[in-house]
Design a protein around this ligand. Sequence first.
Ligand code: SF4
Length: 343
Amino acid sequence: MEKTINSKLLRWYKKNKRDLPWRKLKKNSLPNPYYVFISEYMLQQTTVSTVNKRFEEFINNWPTINDLAKTSEEKILIFWSGLGYYSRARNLLKAAIIIQKNFKGIIPDHYDNLIILPGIGDYTAKAILGIAYNKPTMPVDANIERIIARIFALNSLIKKKILDRSEKFISKKSSTNLIQAFMDFGSIICTPRNPNCTNCFIKDFCTSYKKNIQNDIPQKLKLKLKKKKRYSRAYIFFNEKNEILVRKRHSVGMLASMLEVPNDNWVLSKKNLVKDKLAHKLKNKFISKGSIKYSFNHFDLETEVFFTKVNKSLFTNHIWIKKNNLNKSGLPTIMKKIVKIAI
Ligand code: SF4
């Protein structure tokens, strides 16, 4: 049965594969390993459509692993703005430096050499091996997990069973195409909600379809943990040249080393807010511009935004960014949002 499903998926993939920039084939009919490597970092926690829009820009900036290894953390963090989860960018840079030093600039083609790289776990190592090097493996992402769980009507909370089943689908010869076929099939036909079972070419093998339980899989954890809330206040210092004062965050913790506008520490209760030192020193009156809510993975941040006009000459040794240059400033998304509601 697994072989038949694989053949059907491969035939379907030939005609229906998504045209994605990191999939361009080289003479050996495999994608460029560097492109696959970059795309896998970018795709962790970010949607295909967002990565699709930014991938070519990344490759134009850093066409090879050696170019990437030479760049600064600051430059890659500026590029990463809008993609979120900045630790990926830092890990990507660290991994590029290791690959340049220890692997002569060639993306490793062995699991043991990939898994030691910062930011690479079991899934990413297998995805690189399977997609870039056609090695027989099965990286189980959310798409593949859902398809397998539905075909066998498995409880998708039992990961071990799904992993065991997925290994039966490993292809010795067509791993690269099969993995990508599974991924595309999961995005186009066996979608998370309302899968297109009527037009599904493997429905005869699908237990969930036969039992009409395909919409109940994957099961979701019923008890969704309530996210914690944190509070802050942010201060927009706007000068006569239409510039905004920014500074660098600490090198550890959330949004490490990124730019920010002055803001109070993010605290669990409003009554614990302590006014930012720079804002505190300034005798100007701040005008409240309302507040914004921003959702991080583990907590929601509510920030009240204040605005004041200042004279640039009073702030020597500070970083200023042009109001018109906000999108290319390297400010993380939350800070851009804060600035946007103030001006
Ligand atoms: S029949 Fe429906 S649930 Fe089963 S594999 Fe096809 S699309 Fe997915």
